[in-house]
Design a protein around this ligand. Structure first.
Ligand code: AMP
Ligand code: MG
Length: 342
């Protein structure tokens, strides 16, 4: 079985490519990006492919996303924007960054603020962010101070491609959508090269185009969301064709203090890690950035609310998993999710 998991400081993925996903003739490309790994499977057409050149183009494409939106790179566009502590000043950004910000404004609105790309300082306060702080329970006053400077509504988008801060201290963290956006960028690159059947995966977020070489849909496993489970343990397998899937969970990045578990997904209304029993949310959508953002939002919203939202959106479905105190898992999905289950 091929797993998507690597070790050490890497962000671990929440999905597993199930056996027989790839065939001997497939072109396999992999590498590292955004603090994690990527894996691409391309069904070979008859046309010759310059594998090295394609691989280099993919790496270049992903580098561009990082240089734009990585808060881990002090020279990225987003880091420059975050250091600008001025209200009302127009800050010109790249088309990529502006595109992500435009979708982000919508995500913030449709999730009633459960998705909020300004939680970065709170993520850092709890020790999960780019500031190498040790994870620990945060101080109430520090949470209140940062909450006063949280809220995506404090950023104004100024067409064609500028951002304006309406609060000087506001900072942007696109960690919850960047991998999905990267998947979409690479998928667009591959389509542009004439490929119709491929699977792109970055840190567990996937886009499955067309079908496998045997003509069947791509099959992707959602991890068993248990802290002790093997990284390639599968909870459910879904079949995807021209769909993206992203998963957020609380069982990979967390710390324990006083017997309680704290995860890296922050509820923007409380400034604290989510604490609603949801351990995993997978979202299927037409593009991966949307799936990625909604999966993170689902961890905050809880199973019923994210399912209602998915039901109200075209081509969006979700599966949430909750765990009770005894570790018994329950799943709850949107109306259309079962058609993807294998
Ligand atoms: P993901 O793994 O896609 O769910 O993204 C998790 C990352 O998104 C975290 O590490 C934070 O950087 C950021 N984040 C945490 N909570 C939220 C939230 N409520 N809305 C948006 N981004 C968040
Ligand atoms: Mg996400």
């Amino acid at each position: 079985m091929k797993t998507l998991i690597t070790t050490g400081m890497t962000l671990l993925a929440f999905c597993v490519l199930v056996p027989a996903t790839t065939a001997a003739r497939d072109l396999l490309l992999s590498g590292r990006t955004m603090g994690t790994s990527y894996h691409i499977t391309i069904v070979r057409s008859e046309a010759a492919v310059d594998q090295q050149a394609l691989h280099a183009d993919i790496d270049r494409c992903l580098k561009t996303v990082n240089v734009s939106m990585s808060t881990y790179d002090p020279d990225s566009e987003i880091s420059h924007f975050n250091r600008l502590k001025v209200v009302g000043q127009r800050f010109a950004v790249s088309t990529d960054f502006y595109t992500v910000m435009t979708l982000s404004v919508w995500l913030h609105r449709i999730t009633d603020g459960a998705w909020d790309g300004t939680v970065g300082p709170l993520v850092n306060l709890w020790g999960f962010g780019s500031s190498k702080k040790t994870p620990a329970v945060a101080d109430d006053d520090a949470i209140s101070d940062l909450l006063a400077n949280t809220g995506f509504q404090w950023i104004r988008l100024d067409p064609p491609a500028s951002l304006i801060k309406e609060k000087a201290a506001i900072e942007v963290d696109l960690g919850s959508v960047a991998k999905g956006f990267g998947v979409d960028k690479v998928s667009a690159l591959l389509r542009g090269r004439g490929f119709h059947d491929f699977l792109v995966e970055i840190g567990g977020e996937v886009y499955a185009a067309g079908v496998r070489s045997d003509g069947a849909p791509w099959r992707v496993g959602i991890n068993l969301p248990n802290r002790g489970a093997a990284p390639d343990a599968v909870y459910k397998v879904v079949a995807l064709s021209d769909q993206a899937m992203a998963t957020s969970g609380d069982y990979r990045r967390f710390f324990k203090e006083g017997g309680k578990v704290y995860s890296h997904i922050i509820d923007p209304r409380t400034g604290r890690p989510v604490d609603n029993g949801t351990v995993s949310v997978s979202v299927i959508a037409a593009n991966c950035m949307l799936a990625d953002g909604l999966a993170t939002a689902g961890m905050v919203m809880g199973p019923q609310a994210i399912a209602s939202l998915a039901d109200s959106l075209p081509e969006v479905d979700c599966l949430s998993i909750t765990s009770n105190e005894d570790g018994i898992l329950h799943s709850f999905s949107s109306g259309g999710f079962s058609r993807f289950l294998q």
